[in-house]
Write a protein that binds this ligand. Structure first.
Ligand code: NAD
Length: 482
C-alpha cells in the first residue's frame, strides 16, 4: 500500500504555506511513472520569505540563539527519537518517491537515526582555545555559528543528506533554508514536521521545494545566506561556487560526483571481492556518488573474475522496490534512465564487450538490467564519465604502479578501493590514491564518525566526523590586555 503523503506545502517559519505564485509541480513514482503528489513550487519570492524567517530566528536575542548548546543537543536527540518512532513510514515514503529498494531505505533511515544522535552529541563540544601572546596580553577564540545556511540536496539519498546537513548546521547553532531536489520533495517535508514536533523554534528550519534554476539559484545568490552546503553533480557544484563568490563570499561545502576506481589484485580473495565489487556498483541501481564504476582487475585473475562478476549480475533480481525479494529497483526518472542507456550504447560503440544486461526492462517505470562490460579501456566514455546507473565496467591491469597512475587519471577524487591480501600493497595504494575515502577489503562501509568528502573536482570541505560542525562555525579571536 502507498504511504500516506501528509505534507506537500512549503515549510516557512514553522507554517505550512502555499508558494507565493500559487504554483505546484508533480512528483512521480519511479516504479511506474505515475504522479504521486502535487507539491508547492517555491521560487525567488518564497526563498526571500524563508531566508527572512531564518534571519529572524538567528537574531542574537531569538529563542534559538538563547538556548544553551546542551539544550540544542537535547532537541536534536528528541528529533532522533521521533525519526526512530517513524522509521518504517519514512523509509516507505523515501522508497515511494525515489525508487530505492525498501530494505535499502530502511537501512539508510536507521543509520540516519545514528547520525542524528552522533551530530547532536557534538553541539555542546564546541569550544575555543586560550592563547598566551606576550606579557599580560592573551587571546581566546570563540566559535560562533556562521548564520543562515542554504542546504541544497540531491535525489539519490535525500533523507540521509537532509540529516547530515540540517543536523550538523543546527548542532552548530545556525538556522537553515533547505532546497530538496525537485525529483524527491517529500521526505524533507516529513522530517521538517518532526523537527517542529521535537521543539525546534519557528524560522530555524525552512523547506522550499522547487527547481534548481529558480529556488536553487535564488538561495545561492541571496546576500543574507552566509553558507551553502550542496550535494549533487560536479557541474552544478561549480555554478554554486561561482554564485557564492559573486555575492557575499559565502562559505561553501560541496559534495559532488565520482568515478571511483576499485582495484582487485591477483592475491585477492575472489569469494569476497566479486560480491563487494557488485555491491559497490549496483547498490541503489548505481545511483550513489561513491559507486565503484571503474573496476580494475589484475591480469592473472581477469578472466575468472569477469566470469564471476557476470554470474553475479545475472542473478540479481530487479523489480518493484517494495517487494522484499527485490535487489534492484528503478532509476529515478525517464531522463536518468535514458542517460544511462545512452552510456551503454556508447560503451558498445567504442568497443567495450557487453557481457550481460544493457537493456531497459519493460516499458512502465524506469528499470535497467544489471549490466557488465569487460575489456573496457581508460579512453572510453564509460570509463571517464559518471554514469549513475547499474553499469559495471571492468578494465585489465598488470602492476600496482601502473594501476595507481590509471586510477588517479581522472578529475574526480571521491573514493577508491582495493582488494588484496598483501598489507604493503594495501598501504601503498591507500597512500597514493587521490581520493577522500579509501576502502581496503571492503566497500561502502561508513558511519557518521568517518569523515567524508572528495579530492579534486569531487568536492570542497568535509562532512561527518568529530570536526564536521566546524564547517558551520566562524572563529573569532578576542585579545585582552590584563
Ligand atoms: P544536481 O546537481 O542536478 O542537483 C542537485 C541539487 O541542486 C538539486 O536540488 C537541484 O535542484 C539543485 N540545482 C540544480 N541546478 C542548480 C543551480 N544552478 N543552482 C542551485 N541549485 C541547483 O544533481 P542530482 O542529479 O540531484 O544528483 C546526482 C549527483 O549528485 C551525482 O553527480 C552524484 O554523484 C552526486 N552526489 C554526490 C554525493 C556526495 O556526497 N559526494 C552524494 C550523493 C550524490
Amino acid at each position: 500500500m502507498a504511504p500516506q503523503i501528509k505534507y506537500t506545502k512549503l515549510f516557512i517559519d514553522n507554517q505550512w504555506v502555499d508558494a507565493v505564485s500559487g504554483k505546484t509541480f508533480d512528483t512521480y513514482s519511479p516504479h511506474d511513472g505515475s504522479v504521486i503528489a502535487k507539491v508547492a513550487e517555491g521560487d525567488e519570492a518564497d526563498i526571500n520569505l524563508a531566508v527572512a524567517a531564518a534571519k529572524r530566528a538567528f537574531h542574537r536575542n531569538s529563542e534559538w540563539r538563547l538556548l544553551d548548546a546542551a539544550q540544542r543537543g537535547a532537541i536534536l536527540y528528541k528529533f532522533a527519537d521521533l525519526v526512530q518512532r517513524d522509521v518504517e513510514y519514512l523509509a516507505e515514503l523515501e522508497s515511494y518517491n525515489n525508487g530505492a529498494v525498501l530494505s535499502f531505505s530502511k537501512n539508510i533511515t536507521q543509520s540516519g537515526v545514528q547520525s542524528i544522535r552522533y551530530l547532536a552529541s557534538l553541539a555542546d563540544k564546541i569550544q575555543g582555545d586560550t592563547i598566551p601572546l606576550s606579557g599580560e596580553v592573551f587571546s581566546y577564540t570563540l566559535k560562533q555559528p556562521v548564520g543562515v545556511c542554504g542546504l541544497i540536496l540531491p535525489w539519490n539519498v535525500p533523507m540521509l543528506m537532509f540529516i547530515n546537513k540540517v543536523v550538523t548546521a543546527l548542532a552548530a547553532g545556525c538556522t537553515v533554508v533547505v532546497k530538496p531536489a525537485e525529483q524527491t520533495p517529500l521526505t524533507a517535508l516529513a522530517l521538517a514536521a518532526l523537527l517542529q514536533e521535537a521543539g525546534v523554534p519557528a524560522g530555524v528550519v525552512n523547506i522550499v521545494n522547487g527547481f534548481g534554476v529558480g529556488a536553487g539559484t535564488a538561495l545561492t545568490h541571496h546576500r543574507d545566506v552566509a553558507k551553502i552546503s550542496f550535494t549533487g553533480s560536479m557541474e552544478v557544484g561549480k555554478l554554486i561556487q561561482q554564485a557564492a563568490g559573486a555575492t557575499n563570499l559565502k562559505r561553501v561545502t560541496l559534495e559532488l560526483g565520482g568515478k571511483s576506481p576499485l582495484i582487485i589484485m591477483n592475491d585477492a580473495d575472489l569469494n569476497i571481492a566479486i560480491p563487494y565489487a557488485a555491491f559497490g556498483v549496483f547498490t541503489h541501481q548505481g545511483q550513489i556518488c561513491v559507486a565503484a564504476s571503474r573496476l580494475y582487475v589484475q591480469s592473472d585473475i581477469y578472466d575468472k573474475f569477469v566470469q564471476g562478476a557476470v554470474e553475479f549480475a545475472k542473478q540479481r533480481t530487479v523489480g518493484n522496490p517494495n517487494d522484499p525479494a527485490t535487489q534492484q529497483g528503478p532509476q529515478i526518472d525517464g531522463e536518468m534512465m535514458n542517460k544511462v542507456l545512452g552510456y551503454i550504447e556508447k560503451g558498445k560503440k567504442e568497443g567495450a564487450k557487453l557481457m550481460t544486461g544493457g537493456k531497459r526492462i519493460g516499458n512502465s517505470g524506469f528499470y535497467i538490467e544489471p549490466t557488465v562490460f569487460a575489456d573496457v579501456t581508460d579512453d572510453m566514455t564509460i570509463a571517464k564519465e559518471e554514469i549513475f546507473g547499474p553499469v559495471q565496467s571492468i578494465l585489465k591491469f598488470d602492476t600496482l604502479e601502473e594501476v595507481i597512475d590509471r586510477a588517479n587519471a581522472t578529475n574526480y577524487g571521491l573514493s577508491a578501493g582495493i582488494f588484496t591480501t598483501n598489507l604493503n600493497t594495501a598501504l601503498q595504494f591507500s597512500k597514493h590514491a587521490e581520493a577522500g575515502v579509501v576502502w581496503v577489503n571492503t566497500y561502502l562501509a561508513s558511519g557518521p564518525q568517518a569523515v567524508f568528502g572528495g579530492f579534486k573536482d569531487s568536492g570542497l570541505g568535509r562532512e561527518n566526523g568529530l570536526h564536521c560542525v566546524d564547517a558551520y562555525l566562524e572563529v573569532k579571536t578576542v585579545t585582552i590586555n590584563l
